[in-house]
Design a protein around this ligand. Sequence first.
Ligand code: F6R
Length: 251
Amino acid sequence: MTESLPVRVFADRNDACRTLAAEVAALIGAINDSGRTAVLGLATGRTPLPFYAELIRLHREGALSFSRVVTFNLDEYLGLPGEHPESYRAFMQRELFGHVDIPAENVHIPDGTVGEAELEAHCQAYEDAIRAAGGIDFQLLGIGRTGHIGFNEPGSPKNSRTRLVGLDPVTRQDAAPSFGGLEQVPEHAISMGCGTILEARKIALLAWGSAKAGIVREALTGPITDQVSASFLQEHPDATFYLDAEAGAGL
Ligand code: F6R
């Protein structure tokens, strides 16, 4: 099997994250040196944890400042206020923002508490804010077992934008342990669309462990289809998969 996207397979996730964090720090530095604020698209979940730990380490060593960084997170669960420990706002504060020098006003995460009447305007405002910031320089992605990027579950069109989405039963099942049971897992989320994500100038998708090997292989070597939203990355000019040996085992 040949894959059309650059794939980098590392001995383990810490190796991968050290490499990527150094690359992202260099990118932020270069953009800031050119007089611009760097715009990052960020992900939550288990996958980016060692990457965020590495960014924090670089910050503590004085090698990376977030003072001229603006961030947009991919998604948020519908119905969860920012104080809820499983909200993605709480996750980002705990795992990254609470440890670095990013100005609070530079952080953007969809608001899971937005009412039905305001939802469409909220999603449009999110898109407008990304555009006003100059577009996303670097987008970080994980991949769900359904092949989702963000929460773009099977059937999400390539040109989809930030919107209300339903979570696939597989995705809800995967989230159940951290919520303490399936019934606690929200059924909906607000997510950037595939089209929003694909407009990022540079993209890195991370995947670790054997549970991701099958879907990684499908995304990289299978047909480009809305049934596996990560397969749309095959058409992106600057997207790279960072894998550990287990996630890359099917290639
Ligand atoms: C998270 C996100 C999702 C996750 C994916 C993998 O913001 O949008 O696409 O990246 O569900 O989750 P983990 O990393 O927990 O396996």
